[in-house]
Ligand binder design. Structure first.
Ligand SMILES: [Zn+2]
Length: 116
C-alpha cells in the first residue's frame, strides 16, 4: 500500500511511514508519520468507509433474513449493530431503515405475544 503525505506530497510505501497510533471511531483509523516532514498522515480512511458500507449492506441482508424467519432477538441485535456502524457513516437512509425495521420487529413480537 502506497501512502502520500498530504502536507509535503512525499510518496512512499507503508513501511517508510512509521506507525504512530490509532484513533477509534467505529474501527481503527491508522496514523502514520511522514518520514520527510513528520506530518501525521491518516491512512485507510476511504478504504475503511467502503468496508463499513459493505458490512452495513451485509448486516441489512441478515436483518431481512432474521425478520423473514421471525427471529426478532437476532434482528434487534443486528439493527443495534447497524446503527452503531452508522455513527461513522452518518447516512439518513440507514437511520430510516433501522427505524422502519424496528417497527416491523415490534409488530412481529406483538403478534407472537397475543393469544391466538
Ligand atoms: Zn510529509
Amino acid at each position: 500500500m502506497d501512502i502520500t503525505c498530504d502536507r509535503c506530497g512525499y510518496e512512499g510505501s507503508g513501511e517508510e511511514f512509521r506507525h504512530i497510533g490509532n484513533a477509534m471511531c467505529c474501527g481503527p483509523l491508522t496514523f502514520r508519520e511522514c518520514p520527510s516532514c513528520r506530518n501525521p498522515v491518516i491512512c485507510d480512511r476511504q478504504e475503511m468507509r467502503e468496508e463499513i458500507e459493505d458490512t452495513a449492506r451485509e448486516i441489512s441482508h441478515r436483518v431481512e433474513a432474521a425478520i423473514a424467519g421471525k427471529d426478532t432477538i437476532q434482528a434487534r441485535d443486528l439493527l443495534k449493530e447497524l446503527s452503531f456502524l452508522n455513527q461513522c457513516l452518518n447516512l439518513d437512509a440507514i437511520n430510516d431503515y433501522v427505524r422502519e425495521k424496528k417497527r416491523q420487529v415490534n409488530r412481529i413480537d406483538r403478534a407472537a405475544a397475543s393469544p391466538s
